[in-house]
Design a protein around this ligand. Sequence first.
Ligand code: ADP
Ligand code: MG
Length: 239
Amino acid sequence: MIKLSNLTKEFLQGQEKTQVLKGVNLNVEEGEFVAIMGPSGSGKSTLLQLLGGLDIPTEGDILINQRYLSNMTEKERTIFRRKYIGFIFQNYQLLPTLTVEENIAFPLHADGSLTKEKNQMILELLDSVGLKGLGRRRANLLSGGQQQRVAIARALVNNPAVLLADEPTGNLDRSKAEEILGLISRFNRENNQTIIMVTHDIFAAGFADRIILFKDGIVDQVISRKDDSYAEYVANFMA
Ligand code: ADP
Ligand code: MG
């Protein structure tokens, strides 16, 4: 489903070039739920941005759904992204003055007006993320947990094959986090959605099939949840 080969990303900071991703190799299967953990500044968000077609690599290849993202023009990438990718941004990134429904519908406006079908889809999503009846409320009047659920609904509105989530439970307490992770895993199971989630929370990572330990811009270790000592590995790595 997803294949990253020798993925490299450099940023120019003033006159200096910094290599943030230093040759990432990773395969993710269709329907797999993968968590990426690693120290702050190790390049996790950068990796997710590349996967989501929001930025382009300096070198290396990104293969998603048998298409090379790395070979596309900007326009092709935008079309591809709208069709196949859902993105849950760090800190929700809702449009505060728009309503819940308007936020969820936002990615759909790109390809024309809202049809009856699309409106129905939005109502169903509202229900499945537990926000039934709140569609007309302004986004900035919601609690953090509710805003995160709007962000999830927005990421799912195009029924993406791949869901990318950057610290989706970062600002939530344990019980709210559990709710959100339950939701994400349910979509993963029911729709065979491939999920890549960046998190620093071992509890959140425990919902994934595999945990990628990321360090200094490369994959350091890959651990299966089936491995009995995975929690120990991760705790040691993150310590
Ligand atoms: P993480 O998500 O693992 O905390 P990031 O991917 O956000 O790490 O950032 C990794 C490094 O790349 C940081 O040093 C950050 O300052 C740098 N970086 C990220 N985005 C940019 C950018 N657009 N321009 C310059 N430097 C960037
Ligand atoms: Mg980050």
